[in-house]
Design a binder for this molecule. Structure first.
Ligand SMILES: *[C@@H]1O[C@H](CO)[C@@H](O)[C@H](O)[C@H]1NC(C)=O
Ligand SMILES: *[C@@H]1O[C@H](CO)[C@@H](O)[C@H](O)[C@H]1NC(C)=O
Ligand SMILES: *[C@@H]1O[C@H](CO)[C@@H](O)[C@H](O)[C@H]1NC(C)=O
Ligand SMILES: *[C@@H]1O[C@H](CO)[C@@H](O)[C@H](O)[C@H]1NC(C)=O
Ligand SMILES: *[C@@H]1O[C@H](CO)[C@@H](O)[C@H](O)[C@H]1NC(C)=O
Ligand SMILES: *[C@@H]1O[C@H](CO)[C@@H](O)[C@H](O)[C@H]1NC(C)=O
Length: 431
């Protein structure tokens, strides 16, 4: 009998490979997975970050990075935001100086981040299932930028990647790069990546006369599991934004990238009341984007709520994104009475990232600051808050990850502001 189920399992996995969405057999099998006994110490871990973005300046709050660029910045009359100091007559030498300062900062931040992740991974008893990078792999999709991303990250990393593209990879450079070669570089590399990884992405390649045409949203769903295979989660990668679409040509290749809205809608319907967590990944999720995601999750939640409640389970879904480099925070929103996390996962220019951990009872996310070991006496990682992600919800809540130096800076600003208020108040008493 169990041999038969094994065969069935094998077969349903096989079927999935033929399809671009998740098969219902697999869902049935996944439904009770969290109730199957898993060893108490079994953990599913994922690492998440965004914006490797070769080459982009560091965040101002990234003190260690600004220290490294301090001397070259002063040589080229640049302030800490890499803007020319007021009144300087800008010439080609200074412009080149700014480019090289940008590279110094970007390379520093990426190196520090890489070293911190390497150290964290080797310190863990259980290897994380993947490193999720939610977009802006490059700053403009130039070949040399992609080359550097591949060298620093892609070509040799101890755990698998789950990658997405961001606005800097294929939105900002459209009609602003000869023959649209930048966006084409990133999209064709990405199509190659999903193919090599056997990911079933929503993209079709067609040959029309002598031209090649790619159509679809590029979105994909991947099931990731702990080492024992007993704790799993669905990762849905939507790339840039829930409602972003674009059509353009580059020589003999046409790209028709549609919004992943329909794909996500179908996937959520298929996943229905799965007991596995669903992590929606994308690059940006502000204003209209977050509104659309929220509406979609509301509809899904009201559809599946009763099924979850009759099984005495809690729906587990959340959105994970980057884009705003300085932000690293968890917003827990109440949707239909349950917590839905909307998470800024941290960015390389800010040297922040997040770790998602799930065991048989609890799922959490922990913030980290990556630090240069020389500047911090070998202390390469600063662990920040840990936030529990799912469960019944009574009120919306925002938890901001703060490291040692941002906390100090915030307290300093608050203190000076209070002092200024006091002075202003005492001055007004004299009037
Ligand atoms: C899942 O577990 C419930 C009880 O815990 C049981 O009634 C149901 O049949 C199980 N479903 C599957 C697909 O095994
Ligand atoms: C699961 O993780 C939570 C939070 O880290 C911990 O308190 C709990 O003991 C863990 N449960 C098991 C069964 O390991
Ligand atoms: C550009 O300006 C800087 C600073 O004013 C100056 O030192 C440099 O010689 C100038 N370069 C050229 C090519 O004019
Ligand atoms: C995909 O695989 C081919 C052949 O092994 C390799 O040349 C190419 O660099 C790979 N591309 C990616 C994005 O992994
Ligand atoms: C792009 O693809 C969609 C289907 O996803 C199709 O309806 C539309 O006509 C295509 N647009 C172009 C310009 O080919
Ligand atoms: C693949 O996905 C698209 C869009 O989500 C859908 O229209 C199409 O029917 C799917 N193809 C298969 C083979 O399921």
């Amino acid at each position: 009998m169990w041999l038969f189920s094994l065969l069935l399992l094998f077969f349903s996995n096989y079927v999935r490979c033929q399809d671009n969405t998740t098969s219902t057999d697999e869902l049935q099998e996944g439904l009770n997975i969290s109730t199957i006994s898993s060893s108490p110490k079994d953990v599913l871990t994922l690492l998440l970050m965004g914006d490797t973005q070769f080459h982009f300046p560091c965040e101002e709050d990234n003190v260690q990075c600004k220290m490294v660029s301090k001397r070259p910045r002063s040589r080229f009359f640049l302030n800490s935001r890499l803007e020319f100091i007021y009144g300087v007559e800008v010439n080609e030498t200074l412009r080149q100086g700014r480019d090289s300062c940008t590279k110094i900062e970007s390379r520093f931040a990426n190196r520090v981040q890489r070293q911190a992740l390497d150290a964290l991974i080797s310190s863990l008893d259980y290897k994380p299932a993947a490193l999720v990078i939610n977009g802006d792999l490059t700053d403009f999709g130039h070949l040399h930028q992609l080359h550097e991303f591949r060298q620093v990250w892609y070509n040799n990393f101890p755990i698998p990647f789950i990658l997405g593209l961001g606005n800097h990879d294929y939105q900002n450079n459209i009609d602003d790069c000869a023959l649209n070669f930048c966006a084409h570089t990133m999209l064709s590399w990405y199509a190659d990546y999903v193919k090599n990884m056997s990911l079933i992405a929503d993209i079709q390649r067609k040959t029309v006369k002598f031209d090649v045409e790619f159509t679809g949203s590029l979105a994909y769903t991947e099931r990731v599991c702990s080492g024992s295979g007993k704790l799993c989660a669905y990762i849905i990668q939507l790339n840039n934004a829930i409602d972003y679409n674009v059509q353009f040509s580059s020589l003999f290749v046409k790209w028709n990238i549609s919004s992943p809205m329909k794909y996500l809608h179908n996937e959520l319907n298929l996943l229905g009341s799965t007991s596995l967590p669903i992590l929606l990944n994308m690059h940006q999720c502000e204003s209209m984007h977050i509104h659309k995601i929220r509406m979609m999750l509301k509809r899904w939640m009201s559809n599946v709520k009763t099924i979850f409640e009759s099984n005495q389970r809690v729906p587990k879904i959340g959105a994970f994104y980057a884009h705003m480099h300085q932000r690293h925070e968890v917003s827990l929103e109440c949707i239909e009475g349950y917590k839905v996390p909307f998470v800024y996962i941290g960015s390389v220019p800010n040297n922040r990232f997040s770790k998602f951990d799930m065991n048989s009872t609890t799922a959490t996310i922990t913030g980290y600051k990556a630090r240069d070991s020389l500047m911090h006496n070998g202390e390469i990682l600063e662990e920040l808050e840990t936030v529990e992600l799912w469960g019944p919800c009574t009120r919306n809540e925002i938890i901001r990850f703060e490291d040692h130096s941002t906390r100090k800076r915030r307290n300093f600003i608050r203190k000076t502001r209070n002092q200024m208020d006091k002075t202003a108040n005492s001055e007004s008493e004299f009037l």
